[in-house]
Design a protein around this ligand. Sequence first.
Ligand SMILES: *Cc1c(COP(=O)(O)O)cnc(C)c1O
Length: 637
Amino acid sequence: MNTVNQDRWSIQDALFQYQVKNWSDGYFSINEKGNICASAQKSFNEHIDLSDIIDEMKKRSIGFPCVIRFHDILRSQVKKLNELFSSTITQANFNGKYWGVYPIKVNQLREVVDEIVDIGSDYHYGLEAGSKAELMAALTFNTTNESLTILNGYKDKEYMKLSILGKKMGKNTVVVIEKLSEIYTLIEVVNQEQDCPMIGVRVKLSSKSGGKWAKSSGEKAKFGLTTSEVLELIDILNEKDLLHKLNLFHFHVGSQIPDIRSIKECINEGARIFCELKKLGAALTFFDVGGGVGLNYDGSRSNCNSSTNYTLEDYVADVVYILKDICDSTKTEHPHIVTETGRAISAYHSCVVTNVFGSIKNTKLQNIDTSIKPHEHRLVKFLKELATELNHSNYQDIYNDASLAKEDALSAFKLGVMDLKQKSLCERLFWNICSKIINMTKNEKFVPSQINKLRFEHADKYLCNFSVFQSTPDSWAISQILPIVPIRRLNEPPTNHVTLADITCDSDGAISNFLSPRGHKSTLLAHELNPNEDYLIGIFLTGAYQDIMGDMHNLFGRLNEVHVFSDKEDGFYIEEIIKGQTSADVLKIMQYNPQNMCDKIKKSLDKKVKTGDIKPKTAVAFTDFYEEIIHKYTYLN
Ligand SMILES: *Cc1c(COP(=O)(O)O)cnc(C)c1O
């Protein structure tokens, strides 16, 4: 019945506790030293010990928090997706090919896109942009001549003209019409430039995606044309003699789709519309199912919002077979398949490592004399009795009575019938009862919900050197679970139930939603902190959206980054270090001039020297200190 068997804790227990096999898809594990390791190149049969990477970072004076990127994982995911499609297509005797694109909004970092494009060139893998700036970036990458460059999002003339620039460079650009009026803008640009890119159309499906992004689907969605608008589009294109340019059929119903059933329904509905449009003479050759493949962030393999009840294999099979069935039954030529899979490509490749620099301990069990004194307040006496009677068979009752008594004590104090000392004694007695209940139920899997809440309220807070708003925005904004695991000491039993607090001055800057083998928990099981030893916590699967949606709350800014490649001989090497932002960097973004700031500080101190309030030596030392710090990393040193 114990959740944690203290004496016989093994690596297997750690793997189970943190559900590593379920969320990591084979990319992360725990080695015999009890450290988290990454296995980027399965063929090498070598695992990269994250602790070794951190030692190497230390040698090079790279501080925490930091992002570690595994470029091999990125490559491996691109390869996996493309090879899954090509093998499934062969198996299914499907006549089209796979023509995937990476939506760069998921992670626009140049090095990330570079890596994806590089490995993707084996598969004519292309890029998708959702804004002018993203398209301008996308056009600079060396994708192959066959690969697609897809333009999504709302568009103006400039954005559309960039597609023609792309075409002149030899790229297969596709302008996806997201709302009907865009076609008139496009026709204007086409007339001006006497050249036309491929045209795509995004349709609204009635089927719903489910999950946190359900609003991207259904008839009320922000993007896409209704069926009648698509018919109107076809008429307009026909009239302008451009119908032969309508080559791509597209829908995208949301991200992190939890349930395979909604995917099946969307493919089904999409394929039906596609076949009908073909009948109407549209030259559609690409069937673009958008993104949406979810990750098993919480390891539960369920259809809850932080998970999926399917694998990438299941997804690919559904896309290919459902499309094939419907095309065959309607005697429609098989199209090429495009996906805009983003999250599932880039999420695995990076993690954030932060150091715990302290903890806020909650009141621990105190020695309180529970013998009853005649002069004591009735409520004090009552709480002392409860404390004495408490045992494993009555803890719920005792807890209920004690909670009431504590509330009554507060009322009594407010009414002036209890003094501060007695009130404080009541509170201490109450917390002692709570501590005892938590201790006596520590190893139990199932406790009443109130006691569970008590555990949470009583949990220690580990203070972590990072910002939730910069590094894990989805955990703050949409309660997305991310796998969080201590980096080292996993061969020791973790004994502390803790929550994590970040260093922003915001009470929301905390994480209190964690995966566990038995569903989501408000606390993380972690180790006791050892004095003089860094306790390191890894936040995994942060490579999609988290990196780039992070904001400047409290001006912490971007993290130090190391880019890691696996290596046959040395296990790994750090290919690149990108220093995180300094205070000067983030202040400049907010329109400050760091040099002026230093001057101002100097002037103020000089004034104080003149008036004799401080010594010249002190002024110089502090001016230098300010100048030094402004050019250093924003996080705790
Ligand atoms: C965001 C987005 C994607 C990527 O979705 P994922 O869920 O990350 O795969 C693809 N296509 C469009 C149009 C998008 O807006």
